[in-house]
Ligand binder design. Structure first.
Ligand SMILES: [Fe+2]
Ligand SMILES: [Fe+2]
Length: 192
């Protein structure tokens, strides 16, 4: 069960999720390197990474930013069009595109398509590079701007809305279960 702490700092919730996403990206990069070195194509682990990205990074985390945080930041004067919010939304869209390519490439690989593995590696590398720089920009620029601009009431409301989203299911799984997938992937593959 997820406990709500409405006195929490709103950006801390998202910064914490960034660290989990970065850990899974690290696993994904290690699995791609392993496969490219001829040490095995770990289909099940790749599927878990893609599923975590679809449901935790996108359906839970990016949705919280787009639907909950960004409108409040905009209302406090941080620009959307031609500004940092518009740029972050654009990068979420690119990330969704790379994720869709990864998911399709895994299916095609299972069906025997000889080119699918290379397509998967390319999309995984593009995703890893994009999301790493995206998270750096949010952590070091946009969220700092937000921390300055938001009122204590905004912060409290955001925390409670994040908590509501956190209690939903994503692809049939709760946020805690998705975090457990990340923990298992890291425990198994981080030492690669
Ligand atoms: Fe984002
Ligand atoms: Fe983010």
């Amino acid at each position: 069960m997820t406990l709500c702490n409405e006195n929490e700092n709103a950006s801390a919730v998202l910064r914490e999720e960034h660290q989990i996403i970065l850990r899974v990206i690290d696993v994904l990069k290690k699995l791609v390197a392993r496969a490219c070195e001829g040490r095995g194509f770990e289909l099940e682990a790749f599927r878990q990474c893609v599923s975590f990205i679809q449901y935790f990074a996108d359906a839970c985390h990016h949705a919280k930013e787009e639907e909950v945080l960004f409108p409040v930041l905009e209302s406090r004067g941080i620009p959307k069009e031609n500004g940092p919010i518009g740029m972050m939304i654009y990068e979420h869209k690119l990330a969704r595109g790379y994720t869709a390519v990864m998911a399709k490439a895994l299916d095609d690989h299972v069906k025997g398509d000889d080119d699918a593995a290379e397509q998967f590696y390319a999309a995984a590398e593009q995703y890893a590079e994009l999301l790493t720089s995206h998270i750096f920009k949010e952590d070091n620029v946009l969220f700092n701007m937000g921390d300055q601009a938001l009122t204590p009431q905004d912060n409290e409301k955001l925390c409670s809305q994040y908590c509501e989203v956190g209690c939903q299911s994503f692809g049939g799984k709760k946020k805690d279960e998705l975090q457990r997938i990340a923990d298992e992937l890291c425990a198994h593959w981080s030492g690669e």
